[in-house]
Design a protein around this ligand. Sequence first.
Ligand SMILES: [Zn+2]
Length: 228
Amino acid sequence: MNHSVFRDLAPNYIENLTSEETNRQMEKHMEQCEDCRKYVKDMQEDLNIERMHKQKDEKRNIDYLKKVRSKNRKKIFKIVGALLSLFLVLSISYHFLFINMWIADGNNVKKTVQQQGSSVTLTFQSKKDNRYLLADMKKQKSQDYTDWIIIYESWNILSSTKLNPFSELAAASKDGVDITYNFLDENTLLLDNGEEKKLTDEDKIEIQYKDHTEEMRLKDLYRAENNH
Ligand SMILES: [Zn+2]
């Protein structure tokens, strides 16, 4: 094998692409020719350096990808965290503004009784600004007629969550909450279901505040106009 053929084959040889027969001939030539031996050695070193650079580049690329991925992960955590906090804040605000209500302090409630013809309206108003009152009513349908009214305070008129299925929240407005009783005469109440109820001294309304309970006889309601 002469030099020029050897050098033509050298690139393939160092990449292990040459046949066994060719390898044998080339090794034989290198044993005799120092120039070609050096030529192959240099070429191999160049190739090694090139491979090393390639590996470094690859490693750099992988590091870059890892960094990007961890950055993205941090971003996702941040977004999820922000959304969770927002949700929490909204839930708590919603609860306090729209759902939260508490039994009213009697000192904060102004109660008036007004009669118009045969209907008597009890009105509960908050003495405080930005507070609304709600009345939870449990009407008794038994012989001894007692209406239970629990007066609640809230930040918002929309706290109309029903407390339990057997009670009803009286419609409330900015001006307060009204509860109306219709009388046929002084001693006869007209019930919601159209029945008449002869009133006795035992027929009462009990109004529950935070600190005390107020009791009114239904009989006294008629012509009571602001006497209470
Ligand atoms: Zn040679």
